[in-house]
Each structure stands twice: as structure tokens, then as C-alpha cells.
Ligand binder design. Structure first.
Ligand SMILES: [Zn+2]
Length: 154
């Protein structure tokens, strides 16, 4: 059952082709956009709704990105900041695909190991094991160092 107030926000602006990311934790929308590489030079319209009342989460953020679909790798990156998000692919004003984000157990080639002396900084593919999703705790499969959210550069 969707709260009528919530549904009004969802209807605020429909996009023709692109992506709607729903159930982003309150306050995380701008970080998610940064992780996706969507900045001031992005050509499409981006709508960010913050502090939207949500029946499940109290408050949430919603992001609508016109003209941009997300690759699975991008969704994996985003999963660390929005572990319960729903990624809706929109075509011709219709949701054609709905994907519930799942935090992967391994991030392969998604984020760099922060350790400057780690072997993966100079060769190979970084491989970080997700020991905990919220709060984020990652362990490098090579140097075995453990990192939190603050250590990771997305
Ligand atoms: Zn490492």
C-alpha cells in the first residue's frame, strides 16, 4: 500500500527514457549521483527528490535520470550507499525493468584498494570482499586490509 503523499511525489515528473532509482537512503542521493559519474556536465535532466515520505523507511531519496541507463557494474558500486534501492529502467514512459539492488559479496574491479602499497594498485584487478554492507566493511583479497566507508574512493 503506497502512501498517497508518496505516490504524489512519484508522479511528480515522468521521464521518457532513463533510470529512476527509488528507496535511496535519505541524504544519499548526491553521493549516489557522484558514484555514477553524473555531474554538472551530464547532458540529461536529473531530478533529485530528497526527504520523500516513505511508508517503509520514514524518509528516502529518489533520483530520476533522463537518458541514462545503468550498467550492472554501476549498480554494484551504488549498492554500498543504497543497499535497498530499486533501479527502474524506463522506456517510452514505462517501467520495463525493475532491479532490486543487492550488495555483492565481492567487488571485482569496482573500487580501488586504498592501500598505496597493495599489489592491485600496479597490476591486476582490485578485489574487495564485502564483509558487511551497512556500515560498509571491505577486506582486500590481496593485502587483507580492512576498510570502512570513509576509506573508499568511489
Ligand atoms: Zn589491497
Amino acid at each position: 500500500m503506497i502512501d498517497p503523499k508518496e505516490s504524489a511525489y512519484l508522479k511528480a515528473k515522468k521521464i521518457e527514457t532513463g533510470t529512476v532509482i527509488d528507496h535511496v537512503p535519505k541524504g544519499m542521493a548526491l553521493k549516489v549521483l557522484r558514484v555514477l559519474g553524473i555531474e554538472d556536465d551530464f547532458p540529461g535532466t536529473v531530478t533529485v527528490l530528497m526527504n520523500v515520505p516513505s511508508s517503509h523507511y520514514g524518509f528516502k531519496d529518489i533520483i530520476k535520470i533522463e537518458g541514462r541507463l545503468l550498467a550492472k557494474k554501476e549498480i554494484a558500486k551504488m549498492a554500498l550507499m543504497a543497499p535497498a534501492a530499486t533501479v527502474n529502467t524506463i522506456q517510452n514512459f514505462t517501467v520495463v525493468d525493475k532491479y532490486v539492488v543487492q550488495v555483492p559479496s565481492v567487488l571485482e574491479g569496482v573500487v580501488m584498494c586504498p592501500n598505496p602499497t597493495c599489489i592491485t594498485r600496479s597490476e591486476g584487478t582490485p578485489r574487495l570482499l564485502v564483509e558487511n554492507a551497512s556500515p560498509v566493511r571491505l577486506r582486500c583479497a590481496y593485502c587483507e586490509k580492512v576498510y570502512g566507508d570513509k576509506d573508499i574512493t568511489y
